[in-house]
Design a protein around this ligand. Sequence first.
Ligand code: MF3
Ligand code: CO
Length: 284
Amino acid sequence: MIETLHSLYKKKHNIVLKTQKQIEGIRQASKIAAKILNLLCKEVKPGITTKELDRLSKELHKMFSAIPASLGYGDPPFPGSICTSINDVICHGIPDDRPLNEGDIVNIDVASIVDGYYGDLSRTVVVGSSTADALRVVGASYESLKAAIQICRPGVKISQIGAAIQLVANATGCSVVHQFVGHGIGCMFHEEPPILHYANKPKVDIVMQPGMTFTIEPMLNLGSPEAVIDKRDHWTARTIDGMLSAQFEHTLLITPTGHEILTLIDAKDAYPGVPELFINQKEL
Ligand code: MF3
Ligand code: CO
């Protein structure tokens, strides 16, 4: 989501701590979004177009009695049921007729509404075999999400998420995009608080509490962190220097003892290549 939410830091916070019933709803929506993303990623291969993935996403949403949250979202209304962001596209790429090429990297972002509750996640997939540059930026963004999730538990300040991501970015020589942030989620698509992905010292730091649900969705670039939004479609965000960008995203719940990643798939649905961080390890 776009950084205008930064301004919310200046206002009174309105973070919804979820009830058991809401948590159950968000868990279901998140699970279904994860299943859909998993099935879409399985279809990624040279020659497929992102429009075809979008069509499949619409069918899968119907199958699971879910609504794609992205479709028609915002102003101008987002035209796809998923975001498909290829190579130098940082986020909010619009599905189109261009076939994917060997060596491309593509982020697929699925947000689903089920019974009025929201779940949101994304993965970056390499098409065919990868280049060293692709591996570095995809690996760095994956590790940065993992590091950020690991620190999440009651009592930890929200700014520690950005700190954890920044450490991985610095160690891998990647930059962190500032212009897009993670967000509270659950009863709405975008709730408070905004989740900054870079090292920051907010005036008021929010402390994690049981019942908070939010996304972490770091975007890491090989070159400049700067994003430029397409003047024609008003959505597609690209790196200013044309260099690669990668992103991974999960929806999290803060529990009394730590956290639960809500956007996991069942182990039985995993296929070779599904990153560990996206599989429910408890079932293994
Ligand atoms: N995960 C992204 C976000 O939270 C998905 C946006 S989809 C949009 O901003 F196209 F609807 F914006
Ligand atoms: Co999101």
